[in-house]
Design a protein around this ligand. Structure first.
Ligand SMILES: Cc1cc2nc3c(=O)[nH]c(=O)nc-3n(C[C@H](O)[C@H](O)[C@H](O)COP(=O)(O)OP(=O)(O)OC[C@H]3O[C@@H](n4cnc5c(N)ncnc54)[C@H](O)[C@@H]3O)c2cc1C
Ligand SMILES: NC(=O)c1ccc[n+]([C@@H]2O[C@H](COP(=O)([O-])OP(=O)(O)OC[C@H]3O[C@@H](n4cnc5c(N)ncnc54)[C@H](O)[C@@H]3O)[C@@H](O)[C@H]2O)c1
Length: 456
């Protein structure tokens, strides 16, 4: 076994690990990066990239096989950016083996013993497979295997109506499959119910069957013919089953006990600085058990770099983190939903909103269906925004800046956006906050009348 001493050892070369490794090595630290699977992790190989590529191909009306080819071509185009070669050229020592802690300061792989001043656990997550009777005896797909298919499923059963389930349900429907989503509770259960209804209505209108509150008691059948037996006695049969029922952090086979790193059901237990119970070991991204998004893993990377390299106190916050589900229409959220805002701020919350249907660019491009921007306002500042409609994932970034920059709604309403753009809907929502104050105020009307009489 070769022995290596380094400043920073990063375990996992996904969105989080790569951000730390690239940043740290380019600022002069010695970095060892250990990856047991594909460089780029889930997002590039089994997550964001293939799912967004498939959604695009399906929207463009590509045939199934061409759509899957577009998926692989998209991955191949991005892969060099995350490749072993690129990271070695940056100066990292890249090891392509599985890492296990053997002590609080040592990690081992098949061929190496790595001692480091600091470790970063960025090992991501994997699909959670629910313990349903018979499930393990039938062939089923997950986000790790869905992209290998070259034969279009006749009828795809999607277990789980979260972002993964709904995105892939819509893509497959548009690729010509029959699709049934079976969701145990509510589809997109963490999101604003009014916005979710816009998405599920659109899916249903396209022919996706979405069954909410449906619990599966048992699974039977075999390849090409799988039956879900529901607790209410009903059955649903399809040709393929895609399981998208949540995620489990990859922390169970890392030897964390030897490293004196505590974990719980969600992942490695970390403080606000993303440090574990062993102060030399940090955890970021999906492995840290909080929000599970690529941009969060990248943000975590930036936070720990400040502390790893410069010893500066840096904490990870969540109030300014946006998220989006890329169905058509898209659903995006930052900060508090209406329900959360009312719970936290009570009667202090005011809601300002604008409808997509009132946006001229949406009308001219035929995208003026259902949808809205809803802004939760407390003392003149946004504390949360929900957007459902075309390009909601793009439109939410504007609010990410506003919330991170603690901007007032007056500043946002004062912004000039080019006409005609979808972006104007954001300004209109901010403006809606002032409408009753300006246009429905007796005091304003009296003041204007007086001033008009006095003006020369
Ligand atoms: C279908 C799907 C679609 C998604 N779409 C989006 C999206 O549109 N937008 C978004 O923001 N997020 C999306 N996500 C979530 C996103 O993929 C994850 O949040 C992100 O990949 C987490 O990054 P990470 O660095 O924490 O982990 P990962 O990217 O999973 O990387 C972890 C890496 O660690 C490696 N590893 C694990 N254990 C070890 C070990 N012991 N030794 C060495 N290496 C190890 C793994 O092989 C893996 O490569 C999606 C996820 C899925 C599944
Ligand atoms: N657009 C994006 O940014 C994007 C896309 C995909 C995934 N992701 C990330 O990946 C995470 C995981 O996505 P996900 O959709 O797998 O998980 P999820 O936890 O968000 O949703 C899983 C859904 O499955 C349901 N479910 C669980 N067990 C079930 C059962 N036995 N029968 C029926 N329904 C069941 C849950 O009620 C839930 O609604 C997301 O929360 C998100 O952080 C992000």
């Amino acid at each position: 076994m070769e022995k290596i001493k380094t400043d920073i050892c990063v375990i996992g070369a996904g969105s989080g690990g790569l951000s730390v490794a690239a940043g740290a090595v380019q600022m002069g630290a010695r970095v060892v990066l250990i990856e047991k699977g594909e460089m780029g992790g889930d997002c590039l190989n089994y997550g964001c990239v293939p799912s967004k590529a498939l959604l695009h191909a399906a929207k463009k009306g590509l045939a199934y096989v061409s759509a899957m080819e577009h998926v692989q071509a998209s991955i191949a185009k991005i892969a060099p950016h995350d490749s072993q070669e690129r990271f070695e050229n940056l100066g990292c020592r890249v090891i392509r083996e599985a890492a296990v802690f053997t002590s609080p300061r040592t990690v081992e792989t098949d061929s190496f013993v790595v001692t480091a001043r600091r470790f970063v656990i960025a090992t991501g997550s994997r699909p959670f497979i629910p313990p349903i009777d018979g499930l393990s005896e039938v062939p089923f797909l997950t986000n790790e295997t869905l992209w290998e298919g070259r034969e279009k499923p006749d009828h795809l059963l999607v277990l789980g109506g979260g972002p993964i389930g709904l995105e892939m349900a819509q893509a497959h429907r548009r690729l010509g499959c029959d699709v049934t989503v079976i969701e145990g509770v509510h589809a997109l259960g963490n999101e604003d119910p009014e916005a979710v209804a816009v998405v599920t209505d659109a899916l249903r209108a396209e022919g996706v069957t979405v069954r909410e509150g449906s619990k599966v008691a048992r699974v039977s059948g075999g390849a090409g013919n799988i039956t879900l037996h529901l607790e209410d006695g009903g059955t649903i049969t399809g040709s393929h089953l895609f399981v998208a029922t949540g995620r489990v952090a990859n922390t169970d086979s890392l030897g964390l006990e030897k490293a004196e790193v505590d974990r719980d059901r969600k992942g490695v237990k970390v403080d606000a600085k993303l440090r574990s119970s062993n102060k030399r070991v940090y955890a970021i991204g999906d492995a840290a058990g909080g929000l599970q998004f690529t941009h969060v893993a990248g943000y975590h990377g930036g936070v720990v770099i400040r502390s790893l390299l410069f010893g500066l106190p840096a904490k990870a916050a969540t109030h300014h983190i946006p998220r989006a589900t890329y169905t058509d229409p898209e659903l995006a959220q930052i900060g508090l939903t209406e329900e959360e805002a009312r719970e936290e701020h009570g009667p202090k919350v005011e809601i300002a909103r604008a409808e997509i249907a009132g946006n001229d660019r949406a009308i001219t491009s035929n995208r003026d269906g259902q949808g809205f921007v809803k802004v939760m306002v407390v003392k003149g500042r946004p504390v949360g925004v929900t957007i459902v409609g075309p390009d909601a994932g793009e439109l939410i970034s504007f609010w990410a800046l506003a919330i991170a920059g603690k901007m007032k709604l007056s500043q946002i309403a004062g912004m000039v956006a080019p006409y005609p753009t979808l972006m104007e809907v954001n300004k209109r929502a901010a403006g809606a906050y002032f409408t009753p104050r300006l246009f429905e105020s007796r005091k304003v009307k009296i003041a204007v009348k007086l001033i008009q009489r006095l003006l020369p």
